[in-house]
Design a protein. Structure first.
Length: 344
């Protein structure tokens, strides 16, 4: 009887160890940071905002996140970014000339998975796509997504996949990519599908095909109060560029788009701001000197352009051909340059 009892205990212990932890704990060991310094924990989803203090060169957080999420520790005027999962994390932070840190996770593979994706998988794809002829881009994108799907289908620990998917819907804008992204989305556990990134991807998938199927024609009021409709731009290539005054990547891209629009007169740019503060939007238009573009706000009288085009983050763009058909979405500057050079 004792033999079976101990066997039962072993089995219970094994399954208990396999069960994913349902809370997070963050322990930090610091040097070069004053006693009593405030440490703030923030998440991109805004679900979590917490505060701790440095005491005896240590700090501690504990709580629960409903979904894996990108987070940040604000400490000594610096922000340390990292993926947060329900696991125990151990930080070693040194603040000398600049902030330096190391972090380890007790069980979750989320950081390893994300590092592999960011530093190798997506980096290699971006480099390959830059050197790919336009008519081959779709096939390269589909191979990339197919290999990623096979990789994650075979992984026991799919940590980080929801975050990766939220990046993919901005990275790849080929017509067939939603079908491949759907396969990756189906690999997510239900709680991640309901989470911050899962809902973003779900919205994208529900609207993605409509972008290519719809006849893009809407009326708008520009920054100067002029009433027009996009149909008046037929005969030109039209780039609908979503941006915001607070978006650093957007403002890095804008000077390159200005050069392209100066080179190609047949390229017309509609800059759609997603700013909530209209004064900041108007000021940034002047600062960036993009007054020659058609500058409009996303929230028009009869249409919400963010909803119409399923925009979940910026920068984001849609390229229309001279007939008003959608050629693709989310072109980077090099892809746009290559496309225009081939078409014009």
């Amino acid at each position: 009887m004792k033999k079976y009892f101990f066997l039962f205990l072993i089995v219970i212990t094994f399954f208990a160890c396999q069960k994913k932890q349902d809370y997070y704990c963050i322990d930090g060991q610091v040097s070069g940071i004053n006693e009593g310094t405030i440490v703030i924990l923030l998440t991109e989803s805004e679900e979590i905002t917490d505060t701790a203090w440095v005491k005896d060169n240590k700090f501690h957080f504990e709580g629960k996140t409903s979904t894996e999420v990108m987070a940040g520790l604000k400490i000594a005027e610096n922000i340390i970014k990292f993926p947060l999962d329900n696991d125990c994390l151990h930080f070693t932070i040194n603040n000398s000339d600049s902030i330096d840190f190391q972090v380890t996770y007790e069980n979750s593979k989320i950081r390893d998975n994300l590092n592999n994706y960011m530093n190798e998988t997506s980096a290699n794809y971006i480099e390959e796509i830059r050197n790919t002829p336009l008519d081959k881009v779709d096939s390269v994108a589909m191979v990339f997504l197919s290999e990623l799907e096979k990789d994650y289908a075979s992984k026991k620990d799919k940590s980080g996949l929801a975050i990766i998917l939220s990046d993919l819907i901005q990275l790849i804008g080929t017509k067939d990519c939603p079908k491949a992204i759907q396969k990756l989305y189906d690999l997510l556990p239900d709680y991640e599908k309901q989470g911050y990134y899962g809902q973003k991807v779900s919205l994208f998938l529900s609207q993605a095909n409509k972008i290519y199927e719809q006849d893009v024609n809407f009326q708008y009021i520009d920054i100067n109060g002029n009433h027009n409709e996009i149909e008046q731009l037929r005969g030109n290539y039209v780039l609908i560029e979503f941006w915001a005054s607070w978006c650093a990547p957007c403002k890095i891209t804008i000077p390159h788009l200005k050069k392209l629009s100066e080179i190609h007169e047949q390229l017309k740019i509609i800059a759609v701001s997603v700013d909530e503060d209209l004064d900041k939007w108007r000021n940034e238009v002047r600062t960036l000197q993009i007054e020659p573009w058609i500058n409009i706000h996303f929230n028009q009288d009869h249409v919400n352009l963010k909803q119409l085009f399923s925009v979940v983050s910026v920068p984001y763009n849609i390229l229309l051909d001279p007939k008003g058909n959608v050629m693709g979405v989310n072109y980077d500057v090099n892809q746009l340059k290559n496309t225009l050079e081939k078409e014009l």
